[in-house]
Design a protein around this ligand. Structure first.
Ligand SMILES: Nc1nc2c(ncn2[C@@H]2O[C@H](COP(=O)(O)OP(=O)(O)O)[C@@H](O)[C@H]2O)c(=O)[nH]1
Ligand SMILES: [Mg+2]
Length: 350
């Protein structure tokens, strides 16, 4: 899973990238990738319950994409986001004299510039493909179906709507998958506030931005990269007190990571024991057999059954012994649809 962090220069992209991944962004502005941990308190709780020696959290890969400058680096920009799975748009609202902005503080315009660029790129891709298909109509048996889906795409783009808004059946989804449309990628917006704006819950162009994001069903997360940086430098207890004062229960970084995760349709299941608690990432709707394959292909191939307990049940009972006594322990077959938070032991033959 690759997430591209996009936005105008000086928006706070690299600062958030650093916080999400604990890596310094490169100085030369090239796209840089690093692994970000998805904070999940369930992992910590399971580790305590099992006295585990090791904990492994779910991760996703973040890319620090060079700042987008309309009319100046369009091709480079599009190239660097072509193969990411999902986009996080960082929008600058913070006002800071020492950090010059080319255009002034205008998060709504900045968002629109990004969106228009992506819509236009999809539009061109669509036109090229439509022309080619029209020529193949007699030879290519699939051309008719594909044309129909692309016509739907055209109507959507004509309404200035991203393609992810389009409701498609699974056949149509499959046809579109090969295209790598930019506006098909899940997107979340992060507005980067200064401390004053954070406290006042108010920033320039707020109404326009929030209305546009609502129109296209894009979630918005408010953070202050500056405050997040300060939180990251505190020890756990001080960080908790500081966040309490701010009236938040979770750091902005944790909120971004978790929103990206959920928005991508990802869920976690756990394997837990004294040796290790491990959080594994799968797609919503994946079967037990497929989940087993995340751990090892041998376990997938030799799958016999999954021994499953829901996280909440295990924590409420406090031990596997109690879980069994209460009849909350389940044996599931290969087609069982794994639920977020399942704690699983796989039985398999090699
Ligand atoms: N005051 C303030 N400065 C910030 C904030 N976020 C980032 N900056 C500063 O803005 C500058 C640009 O940030 P950077 O993350 O490099 O932006 P990028 O160009 O989008 O990667 C740096 O000097 C940051 O320290 C913020 O929330 N408040
Ligand atoms: Mg940067």
């Amino acid at each position: 899973m690759k997430i591209g962090i996009i936005g105008k220069p000086q928006a706070g992209k690299s600062t958030l990238f650093r916080l999400l991944t604990n890596h310094a962004a490169s100085a030369n502005g090239k796209v840089q990738m690093a692994v970000g941990r998805i904070p999940d308190s369930r992992v910590d709780v399971l580790a305590r319950l099992h006295n585990s020696r090791k904990v492994t959290y779910a991760t996703i890969d973040f890319w620090d994409v060079p700042g987008f400058q309309p009319g100046r680096n369009s091709l480079d920009f599009l190239q660097s986001v072509r193969d990411v799975d999902s986009l996080v748009a960082v929008l600058r609202a913070f006002d800071e004299e020492t950090v010059p902005s080319l255009t002034g503080i205008q998060p709504y315009e900045d968002f629109n510039d990004l969106q228009q660029e992506l819509l236009l790129a999809d539009w061109m891709l669509l036109e090229t493909r439509l022309e080619r298909l029209a020529g193949q109509r007699t030879k290519n048996p699939k051309a008719g179906e594909e044309l129909a889906v692309l016509e739907k795409c055209r109507e959507t783009l004509e309404q200035d709507l991203p393609l992810r808004q389009l409701e498609l059946n699974s056949e149509e989804e499959k046809l579109l998958r090969t295209y790598d449309f930019f506006t098909k990628k899940p997107l979340i917006a992060v507005v980067n506030l200064d401390e004053e704006q954070m406290h006042a819950d108010s920033y320039p162009q707020q109404a326009a931005l929030e209305a546009e994001l609502a129109r296209i069903s894009v979630p918005l997360i408010k953070v202050s990269a500056q405050i997040e940086t300060e939180i990251s430098e505190l020890d756990a207890e001080d960080a908790r007190v500081f966040m309490e004062e701010l009236g938040v229960s979770e750091s902005g970084i944790a909120r971004i990571a978790n929103t990206v995760y959920r928005h991508l349709g990802l869920i976690s299941f756990f394997t837990a024991g004294e040796k290790e608690v491990h959080s594994w990432t799968i797609n919503l709707g994946d079967t037990a057999r497929r989940a087993a394959g995340k751990i090892h292909s041998d376990i997938e191939r030799g799958f016999i059954r999954a021994e499953v307990v829901a996280y909440e049940d295990l924590v409420r009972c406090g031990s596997m012994q109690k879980v069994k006594e209460e009849g909350l322990f389940r044996l599931e077959g290969k087609d069982y649809i794994v639920q977020d938070g399942d704690v699983i032991t796989f039985r398999f033959n090699v």
